[in-house]
Design a protein around this ligand. Structure first.
Ligand code: AMP
Length: 191
């Protein structure tokens, strides 16, 4: 099973990714989490990524693509994976297509969480308090939303045209959203 989860910043991708990945017994791979781990460990990748993350900009494709390629080459991703936060640009879509085709597999579905802008800002400001993320100030949140609209939202049409897009209302309780995702993927948490 090879899945993507997409949605604007604060749509709840990470939370849902964990449940979906557990259900299908595949790793949830979050590029944001990998970058943050590198930042906190002070690796060269982390030092490079931090400059962009703190400004709400995307880390350059070349750096991000290499990191994802290495991660999905790991043994735990052999049976499949759920990517959270990748691809985010058209160039990354093409790169991922190549990576998956190389292994002789295909992308099964792309889950998109749809949410209201105002709700998102509230969620992100709340998360800034609880998690203390440097990229959760109001100014950076606004920039991240712009970058998403410009560079990532167009990917939704790309996957819709391929017939693998699954759109899910991301507003409501975490449980409700999870149930919607499973229903949309035509399965249930028990199956
Ligand atoms: P996230 O936790 O997914 O919101 O990611 C946090 C930050 O990491 C983003 O705002 C970007 O700076 C960077 N990042 C994560 N994934 C990508 C990606 N696929 N391409 C470029 N930058 C990324």
């Amino acid at each position: 099973m090879r899945l993507l989860i997409m949605g604007p910043p604060g749509a709840g991708k990470g939370t849902q990714a964990a449940f979906i990945a557990e259900h299908f017994s595949i790793p949830a791979i979050s590029t944001g989490d990998i970058f943050r781990a590198n930042v906190s460990q002070g690796t060269p990748l982390g030092v490079e990524a931090k400059k962009y993350m703190d400004a709400g900009e995307y880390v350059p494709d070349e750096v991000t693509n290499r990191m994802v390629r290495d991660r999905i080459d790991e043994p735990d991703a052999e049976r499949g994976f759920l990517l959270d936060g990748y691809p985010r640009t058209v160039a990354q879509v093409e790169e991922l297509d190549g990576m998956i085709a190389f292994t002789g597999h295909r992308l099964d579905a792309v889950v998109v969480l749809t949410v209201d802008q105002d709700e998102i800002v509230q969620r992100l400001l709340q998360r800034a308090e609880t998690e203390g993320r440097a990229d959760d100030t109001e100014e950076v949140i606004r920039r991240r939303q712009e970058v998403y609209a410009e560079q990532t939202a167009p990917l939704i049409d790309v996957y819709r045209e391929r017939g693998i897009l699954v759109e899910v209302d991301g507003l409501g309780e975490v449980d409700e959203v999870t149930q919607r995702v499973f229903a949309a993927l035509d399965t249930t948490p028990e199956s």
